[in-house]
Write a protein that binds this ligand. Structure first.
Ligand SMILES: [Zn+2]
Length: 298
């Protein structure tokens, strides 16, 4: 049975993320500083109405801004609350080569390795303090080609801190997207010595990448893309960890109609919809060892 994992990176950090100049360039205005609160309320209503579960990967600095909101969600069974590092700086350098008309190139330098460990620990403390229990899952900021398969010390730190799944693989060999759903599937970091640590790749376009490429105002276009992929892959045994973000999903869609239509289409087509923690708990034994896929397509 095909499986959809709904995930949101919750990462609006006033003054830092998304950066004001980036936001102005993308949207023509600076994203509201307290937008996370409206997003969380809209998502809470939607998940209750649809009887669905979603995983929030919360940036530590965001958790520090809105602790009361997370305390409310901690008791809500429709939420699976996990970590998205502290300051949203990348753990690995990214040299993105887009295949758009402008042939856009973006380089994002990574944190020095000691700073990666400090950022992880601070994120861990901030999220634990906001939600009242320790996270077991992490989305690594910006995601990377090959995930953390070449970062054994980060994997070891995650394992020692109690992390059991990570979303860190979300880019093609040109550091762009989309990573095809049918070519990048969950695996265990067995080759690196952590067979209990699962990678759940972020596949397909995520909402920010799609809208940056194809436009922000026509929100139905992203829904159409996702629903088209749900149609195409229905009936397979594939897993799709779909990524949206707090600050982007409510632009021109404050009631999250896109997420509602995705959920309804998935269920109508027979997809099971699970949280990331549910997926880890029930599928660790059926997931294979480290493989990045894409070998035959590049
Ligand atoms: Zn992020």
């Amino acid at each position: 049975m095909a499986t959809l994992l709904l995930g949101f990176d919750v990462e609006r950090i006033p003054g830092l993320n998304p950066p004001d100049d980036f936001s102005r360039r993308l949207l023509g205005y600076v994203v509201d500083e307290s937008l996370t609160l409206g997003f969380l309320q809209a998502l809470q209503r939607l998940l209750a109405e649809e009887a669905a579960v979603a995983t929030l990967f919360i940036a530590g600095m965001n958790a520090e801004c809105f602790p009361e909101a997370y305390r409310v969600l901690a008791d809500d069974p429709h939420f699976d609350l996990q970590q998205h590092a502290y300051s949203h700086e990348p753990f690995k350098c990214i040299a993105e080569e887009r295949d758009d008309e402008m042939q856009t190139r973006v380089f994002r330098p990574c944190l020095p390795s000691q700073a990666v460990f400090e950022d992880l620990l601070r994120g861990e403390q901030a999220v634990t303090s906001a939600v009242g229990c320790r996270p077991v899952g992490l989305t690594a900021p910006f995601a990377y080609w090959r995930g953390l398969g070449d970062q054994p010390l980060v994997l070891e730190t995650l394992w020692d801190l109690g992390y059991r799944f990570v979303r860190s693989y979300g880019r093609t060999p040109t550091d762009y997207q989309p990573l095809p759903v049918d070519q990048a599937q969950p695996f265990r970091y067995e080759l690196q010595g952590f067979s209990g640590l699962m990678e759940i790749p972020i596949t397909g376009w995520h909402d920010v990448g799609f809208k940056t490429r194809f436009g922000w105002e026509e929100v139905a276009r992203f829904a159409d893309y996702v629903c088209g992929e749900l149609d195409r892959l229905a009936g397979t045994d594939l897993v799709w960890s779909l990524l949206q973000h707090d600050w982007s999903s409510v632009q021109y869609d404050e009631n999250l109609t896109v997420t509602r239509s995705i959920l309804r289409r998935a269920r109508a087509l027979g997809w099971q919809v699970l949280s990331h923690t549910e997926f880890y708990s029930t599928h660790l034994d059926s997931v294979g060892g480290y493989r990045t896929g894409l070998v035959s397509s590049f």
